[in-house]
Structure formats: structure tokens, C-alpha cells
Design a protein around this ligand. Structure first.
Ligand SMILES: [Mn+2]
Length: 305
């Protein structure tokens, strides 16, 4: 693999985030980037989980890194998988979203985990590009890259003010967009595999070197065969290991609307109505412990069944 050390030596750089095992979208994005004559690649994390055949995605990433100098940041999904490898006593069950994590974990090699382990959480290149998954401080912080997340708008503006470098590249939100202030820019590359941009196009970004030595971002939207990908989901063991989560992700791919969040909100609402307690992913009644009848009913109510 070739490691990118000097982005400033490149005229055009591809930026890829949140593939989530959507290898058909990844192939289309890499082909478009080749056509646009990229010279290097920056990868911002969440390469796998949720979709089928993680090894197909990891092979494409390794092939790309053999062709172009590349830099890989760890995403929260890789983080979950590493944590699971270190804490086998925390059992993942088939059924809900954990089933999709378990499916992926069972298909990884020790070399894959070592690769994830070596990926930094954040990196600042000497020429002023900072790369991270969520934010430079936290792997799962959601920045409001297109202004659509009112909860994190103020925090995002604070990040811009604090930024010591002209350009911050991030993923995780699955939204594509950019925010600029006072000569500094945050670019949300968007998601290749589960883009939340209200259409069926894969999202990524290019950086073009400018005459003054900086980089000008360009947001990419790339068509690909979404139905072939949905068929691959349906033909995989994900349908047995994580049925409701998988149905939500297929609708996410088809529409560009975040059906996994819709499913989580609905199942949480239904279970709270039944048990009268506040249910979330971290507290005493975790999402994963909600019985499957609620997941099934939630899927029905949001139109997935
Ligand atoms: Mn993420």
C-alpha cells in the first residue's frame, strides 16, 4: 500500500467516507475519480458494517491504495469492531442492528483488524488539511456540514473558529456539504454507501490544488446500480442476522432518506409506550433489548413491511 504523506504535491485528491460495505457504490465512485484524474486518496472511515460482503469492500480499498498514495482514518464502525475483538464477553446478538455488526465481525480476518488498529482517529497534514471521521475531538461527533442539523450548528461554527488549519475534512453525518467562515472550510464528504441527500446518488468529494497553494473542494454525486446493491443485501445472510435493520438500510439506499434513524425513533417510541420507560442506546434499557415484535411493528408503520 502507498501512504499519502504530502497532499500538497497533488493537483487533485479524492475524498471518500462512509462506504458501509456498499461495494457497488464504491466501485462507481472510484471509477469517476479515476476519470477525473485523481493523484491520491483520503479515506475518512466507516468502510464496513451494515452492507453485505465486507471483504469485497476491503479488497477494493486495498486495490485503490496500491494504485494511489492513500491515507485512512478510523471510523466509529471500525472502532466498534476493534472493541468487540478486545471484549468478546460483550456478546452481540443476531436480530437488530447488532446482527449487522456481528455479520461483519464474523467475516473479518486478524489482518483486517490490525489494519483498523493502525488507522489514526485524526490527522493533520503539514500543508493545512485535517482529516477525521466525526470531528477532530470525537469519532462520533456529528458536524452540521450543510446547516441541516440545527442541534450541532453552533458546535460546528465553533469548530471553524477553533480550526488552526484552512481545511477540515469529515464524514459520519452521511450528509454532503461545506461550511465556510473567515477563510476556513469544513467539508463533509458525504457518504458513498448510505448517503443522506434525498436521492439515490453516491456522494464523495474532490480537492483541487489552487494557485495560492490551497485546495478548492468539489462535491461529487455519482449514479450507480442501487437495485443491484439492494439485491446483494437481500441475497446475503444479513436477512437472517439483522432483518429489520437491513430492510431500513435498503430503503435508505433507494431513497437517500435516513430510514435507520426512522426505524430507531419508531421502535423506541413503540417500546416506550409499552414499558413506560425511556429507552435509548446507552441507558438501562438498550435498544438491542427491545423485543423483535416491536421492530416488526415499527417496520410496518414506516412502510418497510
Ligand atoms: Mn460513522
Amino acid at each position: 500500500m502507498l501512504t499519502l504523506t504530502r497532499p500538497q504535491a497533488c493537483q487533485t485528491i479524492g475524498v471518500i467516507s462512509d462506504v458501509h460495505s456498499n461495494y457497488i457504490a464504491l466501485e462507481a465512485v472510484l471509477a469517476e475519480m479515476e476519470r477525473r484524474r485523481i493523484e491520491a486518496l483520503l479515506f475518512l472511515g466507516d468502510y464496513i458494517t451494515d452492507g453485505p460482503s465486507p471483504q469485497r469492500t476491503l479488497s477494493l480499498l486495498r486495490e485503490a491504495a496500491d494504485r494511489y498514495p492513500s491515507f485512512f482514518i478510523r471510523g466509529n464502525r471500525e472502532q466498534y469492531l476493534l472493541h468487540h475483538a478486545q471484549h468478546p464477553e460483550e456478546v452481540w446478538e443476531s436480530g437488530t442492528s447488532q446482527g449487522a455488526l456481528l455479520y461483519t465481525f464474523q467475516r473479518l480476518t486478524p489482518e483486517d483488524l490490525l489494519w483498523f488498529q493502525r488507522m489514526p482517529l485524526c490527522h493533520s497534514f503539514t500543508d493545512g488539511i485535517v482529516v477525521c471521521h466525526g470531528s477532530p475531538a470525537h469519532i462520533s461527533e456529528l458536524l452540521s456540514v450543510d446547516g441541516s442539523n440545527s442541534e450541532s450548528n453552533e458546535q460546528t461554527q465553533q469548530w471553524i473558529r477553533q480550526l488552526q488549519h484552512p481545511l477540515l475534512l469529515c464524514g459520519h453525518t452521511h450528509r454532503q456539504g461545506l461550511t465556510q467562515n473567515n477563510g476556513k472550510t469544513i467539508v463533509g464528504a458525504g457518504s458513498v454507501g448510505l448517503p443522506h441527500n434525498h436521492d439515490a446518488l453516491a456522494r464523495a468529494a474532490l480537492l483541487h490544488r489552487t494557485k495560492d497553494g490551497g485546495f478548492e473542494p468539489e462535491l461529487l454525486a455519482v449514479p450507480y446500480d442501487t437495485e443491484a446493491m439492494i439485491q446483494a443485501y437481500h441475497q446475503s445472510e444479513l436477512m437472517e442476522m439483522s432483518l429489520y435493520w437491513t430492510l431500513a438500510n435498503c430503503q435508505f439506499i433507494r431513497t437517500g432518506h435516513n430510514y435507520t434513524w426512522r426505524l430507531i425513533r419508531k421502535v423506541t417510541q413503540l417500546a416506550s409506550e409499552e414499558y413506560g420507560s425511556s429507552i435509548d442506546q446507552t441507558k438501562t434499557f438498550p435498544l438491542e433489548s427491545i423485543p423483535s415484535v416491536f421492530w416488526e411493528e415499527a417496520c410496518r408503520q414506516i412502510g418497510l413491511l
